[in-house]
Structure formats: C-alpha cells, structure tokens
Design a protein around this ligand. Structure first.
Ligand code: RB5
Length: 166
C-alpha cells in the first residue's frame, strides 16, 4: 500500500522553485520570503527575466528533483500556472496541482500527497501566493488508509505502458 517506504517528512523541507518569464517576478519574491524564513531553497531558474524562455526548461528539472528526492517539495510558476502544472505532472512521482486558494493548498497535501505547487504569476497576488506557499509547506500527508488507497491507484498508472488507455 502507498506510500511504500516513505519516511515521515521532517519539518525542515528543501524546496525547489522554478519559473518562466510569466512567473519570474513571483519566483523572486517567494524565494526571498522563503530564505528570509530559513527555508533551504534550490532555484531551478530561469535566472533572469527573459521573455522568450520556455517553462518546461525550468519546471521539468525542478519536478525531477522532487521525484528523485533531491528536494522535498516543489513550486512551479508560469503566467497562468497551467503550463507549469502540465509539465510537472509528466514527471513520474510528481503530483502537481495549480492552487490559488488556501483550502486546496493544505488539503491537496493531506489527502492527495501533492508534492508540487503550481502558481500563476499573472493571476495571484504576491501576498496570497506567499500564504498559499506557507500553507502548502506546512501541510503533511495524512497517511489515512483511504487516502493511501486512492493515491496508490493514481501512482499505479505510472506502471502501465500507454497509460490512460485502460
Ligand atoms: C508564457 O507567455 C505563458 O504562456 C506561460 O507562462 C504559461 O502561462 C503557460 O501556461
């Protein structure tokens, strides 16, 4: 039953963050806030505001770091949060969602074991984004049997060739 060998998450999480030009300013803001609060943040880029950059180039390495355990949680930002979410979810082991409300920011972790939070830099204001991020990072997977059962069924899809065609 899921999660197979997952140790309890510590409170001191390493956080990966990534954004394209649509999310760059919000990434810089959130990175500053996180570091000021003592979080260990790994910035996967983009390293500057470049209008022509492509969100998969930054989101996918960040998502891969979450999947491999090099960071514990991820934050992916693009203009809407949609492209970042789609790209992150292509990486096996990642459970990403675009979240712009506080309820989903903790419930998505508690029930669905969301490990990557996606935000729209052109949609959500800095102050709300910061509250969402803090809520996301403070939340822990419940490990209740019914949630393990459901997440297990989702994660089993990664074992099926041509998944989606059941
Ligand atoms: C880039 O202009 C924009 O399309 C991208 O940041 C994102 O919103 C895609 O989902």
């Amino acid at each position: 039953m899921y999660p197979p060998d997952t140790p309890p998450e510590s409170l001191a999480l390493r956080v990966g963050i990534a954004a394209d030009h649509g999310g760059f300013e919000l990434k810089e803001y959130l990175t500053g806030m996180l570091r000021a609060e003592g979080w260990a943040v790994v910035d996967f880029g983009d390293e500057g505001l470049r209008e022509g950059d492509d969100y998969p180039d930054f989101i996918v390495p960040m998502a891969a770091a979450v999947a491999s355990g090099n960071v514990d949680r991820g934050i992916g930002i693009c203009g809407s949060g949609v492209g970042a979410c789609i790209a992150a979810n292509k990486v096996d082991g990642v459970r990403a969602c675009r979240v712009h409300d506080l309820y989903s920011a903790h419930q998505g972790v508690e029930d669905d074991h969301m490990n990557v939070l996606c935000l729209g830099g052109r949609v959500v204001l800095e102050e709300l984004a910061w509250e969402i991020v803090q809520t996301f990072l403070s939340a822990r997977f419940s490990t209740a049997e019914r949630h393990c059962r459901r997440v297990s069924k989702v994660m089993a899809l990664e074992e099926i060739p041509f998944r989606g065609i059941l």
